[in-house]
Design a binder for this molecule. Structure first.
Ligand code: RB5
Length: 142
């Protein structure tokens, strides 16, 4: 199960993400927001982050205008490793190296075509499990 969240700046891209997840048959929970009316992105970062940390959802996707505010907020939650990605290389590397559990995207930064490729890369790349990466992730948690 994927937890999805956005603010008004990410709402339109989230609709594209929903269409992609439906087409792929990937189960998701839409945690809001549900329109382009202005909202506060930390609230959606918190809802999605808590679902991932609790194990209710395996991964999260968060979208705001830049992806920056929502990633800062998500990374305040213990156990969340949120990665702001605007390219596929970063999306792949953050799964392999950081075992990132939340993908953040800027809805006003990347177009829908690239965003879906970034998402596809993120969801389909496993953590490498290499000792050095496990060690570094543990150091983040300390
Ligand atoms: C909202 O206008 C905007 O500030 C927000 O979506 C995000 O870009 C914050 O980092």
């Amino acid at each position: 199960m994927i937890a999805l969240g956005c603010d008004h700046g990410g709402y339109e891209l989230k609709q594209e993400v929903i269409a992609y997840l439906k087409q792929k048959g990937i189960p998701f929970e839409d945690c809001g927001c549900f329109s382009t009316e202005a909202v506060d992105y930390p609230e959606y970062a918190r809802i999605v982050g808590r679902k991932v940390v609790s194990g209710e959802c395996e991964k999260g996707i968060l979208i705001c205008g830049t992806g920056i505010g929502i990633s800062i907020a998500a990374n305040k939650i213990k156990g969340i490793r949120a990665a702001l990605c605007s390219d596929c290389f970063s999306a792949e590397a953050t799964r392999q190296h950081n075992d990132a559990n939340v993908l953040c995207i800027g809805g006003r930064v990347v177009g829908p075509g690239l965003a879906i490729k970034i998402l596809d890369t993120f969801l389909n790349t496993p953590f490498s499990g290499d000792e050095r990466h496990v060690r570094r992730i543990k150091l983040i948690e300390e």
